[in-house]
Design a protein around this ligand. Structure first.
Ligand code: FES
Length: 154
């Protein structure tokens, strides 16, 4: 028997029937809703590549079962900009070279956006590093990432 879930993704309502209760939000976004911006790294809550905003809070999409999301609002990297205008944190990542290969970048940016909107970033670099510690970057572009978050916080 399919599970029925109604949720909003990037402002668009979706009525979904899920056959498998084990489908994660990450797989739902990438495979069912054709939103591949949210990346799959570890698929076990360790790397942060799959970070989205779930009801405004930073969440690892690989750790959330889609069947639990009835009534939820999800924002992915595809929904962060306003039309052609980048979100300030996206512009700051470009300005400060907060990326190298780019694979972790959507997760980094969503995490930073959540951190800033929660008011937990501040201007202090150590605080920013701690707040962003759930997002790993194998290229080690941490200097630019930290500066971008600091700049976007101001
Ligand atoms: Fe979700 Fe790594 S893919 S935390």
């Amino acid at each position: 028997m399919p599970y029925s879930v109604r949720l909003t993704v990037n402002g668009m309502p979706h009525d979904l029937a899920l056959d498998d209760p084990r489908v994660t939000l990450l797989d739902l976004l990438r495979e069912r809703l054709a939103l591949p911006g949210t990346k799959k790294g570890c698929d076990r809550g360790q790397c942060g590549a799959c970070t989205v905003l779930l009801d405004g809070r930073r969440t690892n999409a690989c750790l959330v079962l889609a069947v639990t999301l009835d009534g939820a609002a999800v924002t992915t990297i595809e929904g962060l900009a306003s039309g052609e205008e980048l979100h300030p944190i996206q512009a700051a990542f470009l300005e400060h070279d907060g990326l190298q290969c780019g694979y972790c970048t959507p997760g980094q940016i969503m995490s930073a956006a959540g951190l800033i909107s929660e008011g937990h970033a501040g201007d202090d670099l150590d605080r920013i590093r701690e707040g962003m510690s759930g997002n790993l970057c194998r290229c080690a572009a941490y200097h630019g990432i930290t500066r971008a978050v600091q700049d976007a916080t101001r």
